[in-house]
Design a protein around this ligand. Structure first.
Ligand SMILES: Cc1ncc(COP(=O)(O)O)c(C=O)c1O
Length: 408
């Protein structure tokens, strides 16, 4: 078992946590690491010039931006930093990807989306119906709240070209077996595009182990700045048409997918994210031969298991509560994004009651509108969602529980 996470050490890295707010809406956006902010400033004060010129400051800026992409390749264990595309948001990157995939498809080709995804990984694919592609939906079992692999198998045909699925639903919190999904999808000759936004703040993303073709998440939810990342397997990116000027070569990855480049200062600031996880591993005495990022996420997983246990035991003990997602606290099965509804209360009645106690949670459909509709939860104003991350403490969880206990 990994050692217990040293919360004062963790929290010391996040200046925003020194105030009196309890931030439990982290699936919306996490707090930012101080070294990330420091590097934004450093870039702007020391190297705020255009990349690629011969003079020293431009060379420094070029190196710094490249180091950001390299850091992201390390974070997700990509084989090559050229496989990492940076962009403003996951929503924008997936729209761009769908536009680049479009000319590689023929009318009648099939695409599978789920009803458990955030809309970012649904509508860019659904809109390809206008070009004659056939869309199918892999639906969550309304009783078990699971995406069943057998249901996907039944949808795959020789015409399937791409499957778009979430690694973890931002409502249900369940961790889907992406490697098994990838094997099934690849056995049918199709590509897999995974939305990892609700997963990446909680567990290690290892794109090689997952064997995904495309994988995306938002860095502003992984303790970084407002940027997002799209990983693509090198041979897939090379085979796609680009999204940039006509004279940008087809071999220029990732640049052919980054019109105008990505924000320089924010890209450079990304270097501080893997460094933080490495520092976490080192602080907790992780073995030298182990991958420090894997080690850091093992510590995080264990702590999240404790947070899950605390909150879910409380929710299970309240007869009016229905947990919308996996019932288990096991951090191998779910992340600490926990949604629920309360009999006799509309979801919009709950979070505002906590505002005065300086506890931030929220309610709604979280842009997973199709899921909330299919589960019949829209008239109830969606779900109440508490999304904890590793910097949250058991004491914060107890503060929340104390207030919730007053309400139901
Ligand atoms: C699961 C999931 N996917 C995609 C997105 C969209 O991310 P972005 O805001 O970077 O477009 C979100 C945002 O909340 C999300 O939770």
């Amino acid at each position: 078992m990994p050692p217990t996470l040293d919360l004062p050490f963790v929290r010391h890295h996040f200046p925003a946590l020194s105030g009196d707010w309890t931030f439990l809406d982290n699936a919306g956006g996490s707090q930012i690491l101080k070294p990330v902010v420091d590097r934004i400033t450093e870039f702007l004060y020391e190297s705020n010039v255009q990349l690629g010129a011969s003079y020293a400051v431009s060379q420094l800026a070029t190196e710094r931006v490249a180091a950001g992409a390299m850091a992201m390749a390390t974070l997700i264990n990509a084989a090559d930093p050229a496989e990492v595309i940076l962009g403003p948001s996951t929503s924008a990157l997936l729209r761009m990807l769908a536009q680049c995939v479009r000319p590689t498809l023929q009318p009648g080709d099939e695409i599978i989306v789920t009803n458990a995804d955030h809309e970012a990984n649904i509508s860019p694919w659904m809109e390809l119906q206008r070009e004659g592609m056939v869309l199918k939906t892999w639906r969550v079992n309304a009783v078990t709240l699971e995406l069943e692999l057998a249901d996907l198998a039944a949808l795959l045909t020789p015409r399937t070209r791409l499957v778009a699925v979430t690694h973890t639903s931002n409502v249900l919190g369940s961790i889907h077996p992406v490697r098994a999904i990838a094997d099934l999808v690849h056995a049918h000759g199709a590509l897999l595009c995974v939305d990892g936004v609700a997963f990446a703040p909680h567990r290690r993303v290892d794109v090689q182990a997952l064997d995904v073709d495309f994988y995306t998440f938002s860095l502003y939810k992984v303790y970084g700045p407002h940027l997002a990342l799209l990983y693509g397997k090198k041979e897939r990116l090379l085979a796609l048409p680009g999204y940039n000027h006509y004279f940008i070569e087809d071999t220029a990855i990732p640049y052919k997918f980054q019109p105008g480049g990505s924000s320089y200062e924010l890209s450079y600031s990304l270097t501080a994210i893997p460094e933080y996880f490495e520092a976490l591993a080192q602080h907790h005495g992780s073995p030298r031969d182990a991958d420090p990022i894997d080690q850091a996420f093992a510590l995080i997983q264990q702590h999240e298991g404790d947070l899950n246990q605390r909150l879910l035991s409380f929710l299970h003990s309240r007869p009016r509560v229905r947990i919308i997602g996996r019932q288990t606290a096991d951090p191998a099965e779910r992340v600490s994004t926990i949604s629920f509804v309360v009999e006799g209360l509309s979801s919009d009645q709950i979070p505002p009651q906590l505002d005065a106690h300086r506890i931030g949670i929220r309610y709604g459909h979280f842009y997973a509108l199709r899921l909330i509709e299919d589960l019949g939860l829209l008239p109830n104003q969606g779900v109440v969602r508490v999304s904890l991350v590793h910097y949250n403490t058991i004491a914060e969880c107890d503060r929340l529980i104390e207030q919730l206990a007053e309400l139901f």
